[in-house]
Design a protein around this ligand. Structure first.
Ligand code: FAD
Length: 463
């Protein structure tokens, strides 16, 4: 382990008189395991747990939750810990590292049963062997399924299929009461709704049944360059309305000259020779700078896992381990141009880092999971400022304070946030965030996690 990941400062341990349950997996109080669990992709918040459980079975999770209830300990499930503000951490509690829940169970022609710790890359490789794919994938496939379903899951096909949580058929969950339950829209619907995009507050997701659709073999990828933000926004809205491309994702990228550039990445999935694509028809009527478009052919799998390859480059350059004070929001379409251009003037492209700003239009009516909060307009924009900064606490603190300003400005315009961001939120902020569904969420919390054991790192319910 490198020095920069060593956060263990004390010898915190479980009191000697406490008898641990028997686990079939590994329950570790080792410094290394605890130290790794006190970090995430933000590399800014570090909360040291007492122990880390790598469950050998769902029963291990039942036992550890009952144990935590009995002894007044907190628990946080941890997928790949790619959230950026301690959301999957717990000070003095127990981390459940779901990576050991890594089995893909039954694969059918329209659905798959998969454990929470499986990565999207592993799942996709398996489903593609049968010519199938989840309708929506995250851009980065090395996220855990459980961690993604806990937050919502957005990808370039979301404008058509909604969030990843909108494509879940059934769940198995260990509730905060320490009970293993099965739920779906027809069976225990309150639990189902409370777990999808439920930020780990009511239950630990252990297995999910996900919808699958037939996959195409290939991807024709178009990069369209725009002279300004307004033109990008205009075409993004057109494309999610007419649906001519399968995948639509907007980017604002820093240029080497220290300016912002505007790009739409649009993709048609197809299987030749049955599907014939007509580039002129696909690009007709759009407002990109004619002649600057770039067109490339990839396999569907290769396109879907492109960010894993980009991450490998960033890991090699060591910037993957720098702080990432990200801000992820949903902005109402009526406000997006004004809001985003103001936000971008506050940020210097030259010290932004190597990741992009994402800006993508979505049809809100495709999003059905109540806990994933979107603005009330029919068209909304996902706006993600994927900033990388130097590992200097002052620089990070400044970015976090700026995130808070941008968050408040967006909220005043009727916007919401995607809760993987680096922002400090109070209990009241969360109550406002959940708005009309707050009472329902609170009721579910009291019912399924009556001792408030689960996932304190989100900061939703006072400890
Ligand atoms: C490089 C990169 C690319 C990304 N791309 C996308 C993208 O395209 N689309 C998108 O939507 N998001 C994206 N994200 C954000 C990502 O989806 C979230 O951070 C997600 O939570 C990450 O999954 P994880 O396995 O790392 O979860 P973690 O960060 O480990 O957990 C997230 C939250 O869920 C809880 N949790 C974890 N597992 C479970 C479980 N089994 N049951 C209940 N609660 C659980 C945790 O306690 C925590 O509160 C990206 C993040 C990174 C760093």
């Amino acid at each position: 382990m490198s020095e920069e990941f060593s956060y263990v400062t004390g010898q915190a341990s479980l009191p000697a008189h406490i008898h641990l349950p028997q686990f079939s997996g590994i329950f570790s109080t080792q410094e290394t395991a605890r130290s790794v669990a006190a970090d995430d992709f933000g590399h800014y918040v570090h909360r040291l747990p007492l122990a880390v459980l790598q469950p050998g079975s769902f029963d291990d999770i039942v036992r550890v939750v009952q144990f935590a209830r009995q002894h007044g300990l907190k628990i946080a499930p941890r997928g790949q810990s790619h959230s950026t503000h301690g959301q999957a951490q717990v000070e003095g509690g127990i981390i459940i590292d779901t990576a050991s829940l890594n089995t893909i169970h039954a694969l059918h022609t329209d659905r798959v049963d998969v454990e929470a710790g499986v990565l999207w890359s592993t799942l996709l490789r398996t489903t593609l062997e049968q010519g199938l794919t989840p309708p929506v994938l995250p851009d980065y496939l090395d996220l855990s399924i459980g961690g993604t379903l806990a937050v919502g899951g957005i990808g370039g096909t979301s404008y058509r299929y909604g969030a990843i949580v909108d494509n879940v058929l059934e769940l198995q969950v260990v509730t905060g009461e320490g009970k293993l339950e099965t739920c779906s829209p027809n069976h225990q619907p309150e639990l189902f709704a409370a777990v999808l995009a439920g930020l780990g507050q009511c239950g630990i997701l252990v297995k999910a049944t996900l919808r699958l659709i037939p996959a195409k073999n290939d991807a024709r990828v178009f990069h369209l360059f725009y002279s300004d933000l307004a033109a990008l926004i205009h075409d993004d809205k057109t494309l999610i309305r007419d649906g001519r491309f399968d995948y639509v994702q907007g980017y604002v990228l820093p240029t080497p000259r220290g300016e912002w550039s505007y790009v739409l990445e649009v993709v048609s999935f197809y299987t030749p020779p049955a599907d014939q694509l007509d580039n002129a028809r696909l690009l007709g009527g759009l407002n990109f700078m004619a002649g600057t478009e770039q067109i490339e052919e990839r396999s569907y799998f290769n396109f879907s896992k492109r960010v894993v390859a980009q991450a490998a480059v960033l890991k090699e350059k060591r910037v993957w381990h720098h702080p990432h004070p990200w801000l992820d929001m949903f902005v109402p379409a009526s406000e997006v141009e004004h809001y985003v251009s103001a936000a971008l003037t506050d940020i210097s492209p030259s010290d932004f880092g190597l990741l992009p700003v994402l800006l993508s239009a979505l049809n809100a009516s495709c999003f059905r999971s109540p806990l994933l909060r979107l603005p009330t307009e029919e068209t909304v924009f996902a706006f993600d400022i994927l900033r990388t900064v130097t590992p200097n606490p002052e620089v990070v603190a400044k970015a976090v304070a700026h995130n808070r300003q941008l968050f408040e400005r967006n909220r005043a315009l009727g916007g919401t946030h995607y809760p993987i961001s680096t922002i400090d939120l109070s209990h009241t902020d969360w109550e406002r965030h959940f708005g009309l569904v707050w009472e329902q969420f609170l009721h579910a919390k009291q019912r399924f996690d009556p001792d408030n054991v689960l996932t304190p790192g989100q900061g939703i319910f006072p400890i």
